[in-house]
Write a protein that binds this ligand. Structure first.
Ligand SMILES: Cc1ncc(C[n+]2csc(CCOP(=O)(O)OP(=O)(O)O)c2C)c(N)n1
Length: 654
């Protein structure tokens, strides 16, 4: 049965003239034991909530996964699609893409991410089991990880978190073939992975990854463990290829016709390319059908639980949030209308979280060791920890990358809307995972505070300058930068309604006035930008655009211009992505037709031209910040109402 995987991988890579045969051939025995004897799944229902998760962290070995999905009978994963490996429009792309191919639990390729996603999936499983009971939530998370996965820094964050949380239902099968692209891993690495995992609180063992009995015994032992488990499976990369096997030559290129012929002979595989002997195919199909009774039994158990609990579970799995959100948002906006607040937007976010987390139990929050600074722990939230998985707040430790990737895993698992916190400047430490959330269309929400030089004394190491632009460059990511308490609540609402992509909320450390007064039921941030204050003496000559804390600066600048009889309007721009997604006409209406466009933001100009045009004037940062109290910094860098007004006047004089 394992040779069927090997043959398909060799043949598909050969036909595509590119790809990675080494991993599928080396790990075929591990995968065969796992999928035929342990993994709980049903190809007839790839989204079955209580299925075991299998994450191929080493995404370059995609043909391992595609071979399995084909052999097990996943709908759509046909032999034709295997033959179209890596071709435009196929469901067998170079690296596995979630949402593209049934049975692919997460998008992998950037090494280390899958492993960290799996930690999030395992957290989600424990949490939902604690909330809804083992009757309906009781599954395992398996990972196949390579040398490269374990060399990546993110693996350190992920395994430390998993060990700390005692995620005993997480099992990592390590394809320990000691080969990577450049050659033997000894070129660059001498880490003893078993010791490393043990030191992080895991159970770890070494086995022969080509011995089915040893693989099965190890998985059984891992299932009995009270902690997460690493099974280091010693394998031969490209197993079966007589000359290239065991070397980097089998890692990432077609083996070539001669080597394939020799491998077929060595493996005793005489079937033609892309053909699987009937008896072997039947055994694979039978393995694919083996768990149907388990799924039907689960459906019965689900039907038997209390109706309200079942409804809550199903709603969460479907990712629907119902009316609770709008009610919570409306009541908070009413409160802010009655009692305006001059507070930092991070503090406004905490006010929002107090009501939102109370209304939406699917929100699981956290912070990378900046809880008090990010204001992400709302009232009444209990800690999610090994002794209480029903908690909803995670202390991720100083592990931004692992946190962001684990959040992706939770979102992929389903039933949870993960949000978390760090400083905006450290979005760089999360970026690869944020990008993958955007690519996969997963709802994760990053609260990123201390969003500009306005954070003050910590200085340029902590002051984001290019980060808003860099994040806005990621497709399908919404970057929100609200200008006051009301916009903060509205942006939270929009992030929670963005079911098919991640959001970043960039929030201030410093207090700012509440500009939005009175109650407006309508979410004004929904269009990404809107006219906050119209020009008060005739048609506007100047449009002042700003986001976040600089909207206050624009409002003051408008007054200075008005004093000189220059009519100016203020447009708040909390979210570029939403503004740029409007129809051309709608967008043009928001941007307006004033003679002069001026934008002010405590960041770099990049991206603003789409709004103010290349002829527009930008008041912002052109280099790094400095260490000083925030008001001094705003003056020093010219982010003041006077400078903004002057910039507009200078244009008028031209
Ligand atoms: C973050 C990241 N860096 C680099 C790569 C390019 N790359 C793909 S596979 C690989 C290493 C291959 O070694 P290993 O993980 O042991 O896989 P194997 O050779 O066993 O297939 C590298 C560097 C990548 N996919 N992701």
């Amino acid at each position: 049965m394992a040779n069927a995987i090997r043959a398909l991988a060799m043949d598909a890579v050969e036909k595509a003239k590119s790809g990675h045969p080494g991993l599928p051939m080396g790990a075929a025995d591990i995968a065969t034991v796992l999928f035929t004897r342990f993994l709980k799944f049903d190809p007839a229902d790839p989204a079955w909530p209580d299925r075991d998760r299998f994450v191929l962290s080493a995404g370059h070995g995609s043909m391992l996964l595609y071979s399995l999905l084909y052999l097990l009978g996943y709908e759509g994963v046909t032999i034709e699609e295997i033959k179209r490996f890596r071709q435009l429009g196929s469901i067998t792309p170079g690296h596995p893409e979630h949402g593209h191919t049934p049975g692919v639990e997460t998008t992998t390729g950037p090494l280390g991410q899958g492993l960290a996603n799996a930690v999030g999936m395992a957290i989600a499983e424990r949490h939902l089991a604690a909330v809804f009971g083992d009757d309906i939530v009781d599954h395992w998370t398996f990972v196949l990880a390579s040398d490269g996965d374990l060399m990546e820094g993110i693996s350190h964050e992920a395994i430390a978190l998993a060990g700390h949380l005692r995620l005993k239902k997480l099992i990592v099968l390590y394809d320990d073939n000691a080969i990577s692209i450049d050659g033997p891993t000894s070129l660059a690495d001498l880490v003893d992975q078993v010791k490393r995992f043990e030191s992080a609180g895991w159970a770890a063992m070494r086995i022969d990854g080509h011995d089915p009995a040893a693989i099965a015994a190890a998985i059984e032992a891992a299932k009995r463990s009270d902690r997460p488990s690493l099974i280091a499976c010693r394998t031969t990369i490209g197993f079966g290829a007589p000359n290239k096997g065991g070397t980097e030559k089998s890692h990432g290129s077609p083996l070539g016709p001669d080597e394939i012929a020799a491998a077929r002979q060595k493996l005793g595989w005489s079937a033609a390319p892309f053909e699987i002997p009937t008896d072997i195919r039947e055994r694979w199909v039978a393995a694919g059908e083996a768990n149907k009774p388990a799924r039907l039994a689960w459906e019965k158990r689900l039907a038997a639980i209390a109706a309200d609990k079942r409804a809550a579970f199903e709603l969460r799995i479907r990712g629907e949030i119902g009316d609770a959100l709008v009610l919570a948002v409306t009541s908070l906006k009413q409160k802010l209308a009655q009692e305006p607040k001059e507070i930092a937007t991070r503090a406004a976010s905490e006010l929002a979280l107090d009501v939102l987390t109370a209304a939406l139990p699917e929100m699981v929050g956290g912070s990378a060791d900046l809880t008090g600074s990010n204001n992400t722990r709302a009232k009444g939230m209990k800690i999610l920890e090994a002794s209480n998985y029903s908690g909803t707040f995670i202390h991720y430790g100083v592990r931004e990358h692992g946190m962001a990737a684990a959040m992706n895993g939770m979102a992929l698992h389903g039933g949870i809307i993960p949000y978390s916190g760090t400083f905006l400047v450290f979005s760089d430490y999360c970026r690869p995972a944020i990008r993958l959330a955007a690519l996969m269309g997963q709802q994760v929400i990053h609260v990123m505070t201390h969003d500009s030089i306005g954070l003050g004394e910590d200085g340029p190491t902590h002051q984001p300058v290019e980060h808003l632009a860099a994040l806005r460059a990621i497709p399908n990511l919404k970057v929100f930068r609200p200008c006051d308490a009301v916009e903060t609540v509205e942006c939270w609402q929009l992030a929670l309604q963005s079911k098919h992509g991640p959001s970043v909320l960039a929030l201030t450390r410093q207090n700012i006035p509440q500009l939005r007064r009175g109650f407006d039921e309508h979410n004004r941030c929904a269009t990404g930008a809107y006219e906050m204050i119209a020009a008060d003496s005739g048609p506007p000559i100047v449009s002042l655009f700003a986001s976040g804390s600089e909207v206050t600066v624009a409002v003051e600048a408008r007054k200075l211009l008005a004093a000189r009889n220059i009519p100016a309007r203020v447009v708040s721009v909390p979210c570029f992505a939403l503004l740029l997604a409007l129809s051309e006409g709608e967008r043009a209406a928001v941007i307006g037709t004033a003679k002069i466009n001026v934008a002010v933001e405590a960041g770099i100009r990049q991206g603003w031209d789409a709004i103010i045009g290349s002829a527009g004037t930008f008041v912002g940062m052109t280099g790094f910040g400095a260490s000083a109290p925030h008001k001094d910094l705003y003056r020093h860098f010219g982010l003041t109402a006077e400078k903004v007004a002057e910039a507009a006047l200078a244009r008028l004089r031209k």
